[in-house]
Design a protein around this ligand. Structure first.
Ligand SMILES: [Zn+2]
Length: 126
């Protein structure tokens, strides 16, 4: 796939590895038209395209860290509210995670259930 130069009405010039003849401008959300084929790799040439990649990676990382931080704070709040440390994580339809405390009784029950299941596995393997 060739690297093309794109030019937007807002003045932004950028390079993309695509067969599309137009792309959405990351600067103004307008339509940037394909201008010419770029024969030099942007990684080798450096300059603006690398900056575009950095910005894109940066935004994606911010989004991911934002999610991570949100979950961390949700879990911290659930721990503070309940006074319990062990939490059960349940994904919600909106892409978040709902934390519910696991009591010491629950932990004991889970351990016993695990023992029973492991025991039955051992027996069924015989
Ligand atoms: Zn633009």
């Amino acid at each position: 796939m060739p690297m093309y130069n794109f030019k937007c009405a807002c003045g932004l010039r950028l390079e993309r590895l695509t067969t599309e003849t137009s792309i959405i401008c990351p600067n103004c959300s307008g339509v940037a038209q394909r201008d010419s084929v770029n024969l030099i790799s942007p990684v080798v040439a450096g300059g603006t395209p690398a900056e575009d990649i950095d910005k894109t990676v940066g935004r994606d990382a911010d989004k991911r860290w934002g999610k991570y931080n949100d979950r961390f704070l949700d879990k911290k709040k659930a721990r503070e509210d309940s006074g319990q440390h062990a939490m059960s994580a349940m994904p919600t339809p909106d892409g978040k995670v709902h934390y519910t405390p696991i009591s010491k009784e629950d932990i004991t029950q889970r351990k016993e259930l695990t023992k029973v299941l492991e025991g039955s596995k051992v027996l069924s393997d015989l």
